[in-house]
Design a protein around this ligand. Structure first.
Ligand code: FE2
Length: 245
């Protein structure tokens, strides 16, 4: 690749990263632009302090294959992550102000923040990629991209579902590597471990036991089938459009 091309590509990637940051991660971006709170983006600003807000996913109640009891329990669990993300960030901010960055409390809270923040954000991606009907757009860009990375859409789906049934609890995430454009299904053991650097989550499936055991017991494969029947592919494709490639 010629240097000029690399420079142009880097500029483009920077532009994409910034746009992605402003539009997806969120929250900080919109607040910085508007200077006021935006609950729809899940954050409010008060006295210069950013606070994450619980997002309302009650629209998912009644979804085929998911009982209201399971979903309400799952929403409550998600809300705990939002609360603890805010608490962790507040406490860290206070320790910073007090010059206590060298303390055990600061170190442990820093380690904890990845768990709480990712627990919040992964659930948001998960709930937001549910509630759809009608399946993936045949001939759409996502189908085409998945075929490029996996050989066919069917091969991707087989790999995604296979990842979801391995022993253990965690997440299955279809990531797009922003630098190569390649799609990879990742198994995430814990919220804060195993995410690929520079990866953009495209489709998230929760396979912690709380996501399915109330309705399916140990039959995780049946839950995965129900999950697939309810994927909001329109939302998933929007995430794709934020990427290069
Ligand atoms: Fe969950």
């Amino acid at each position: 690749m010629k240097w000029d091309n690399r420079r142009e590509r880097n500029k483009e990637l920077f532009s994409l990263n910034r746009r992605r940051f402003l539009s997806l991660s969120g929250v900080f971006g919109l607040a910085l632009i508007s200077g006021k709170s935006d609950i729809a983006m899940g954050i409010t600003e008060k006295e210069g302090k950013m606070t994450y807000q619980n997002k309302d996913y009650n629209r998912l109640l009644g979804m085929e294959g998911f009982s209201d009891t399971l979903l309400k329990n799952h929403f409550a669990l998600y809300q705990g992550y939002v609360t603890n993300t805010n608490k962790s960030m507040d406490a860290l901010s206070q320790l910073l102000k007090e010059g206590k960055t060298g303390t055990v409390e600061y170190a442990e809270l820093k380690r904890r923040l990845g768990w709480e923040f990712n627990g919040m954000r992964l659930h948001e991606y998960y709930f937001e990629n549910l509630g759809g009907k009608g399946g993936i757009r045949k001939g759409g860009k996502l189908v085409q991209k998945l075929a490029e990375s996996f050989g066919s859409y069917e091969a991707w789906e087989k790999d995604f579902k296979g990842t979801g049934t391995i022993r253990g609890v965690g997440w299955v995430v279809l990531y797009q590597d922003i630098l190569s454009g390649k799609f990879i299904n990742f198994w995430i053991n814990e919220h804060d471990v195993g995410h690929p650097a520079g990866g953009m989550p495209i489709l998230i499936m929760d396979v912690f036991e709380h996501a399915f055991m109330i309705d399916y017991g140990l039959k995780r494969a049946d839950y995965i089938e129900a999950f697939f029947r309810n994927i909001n592919w329109t939302e998933v494709e929007k995430r794709l459009l934020l990427h290069k490639g």
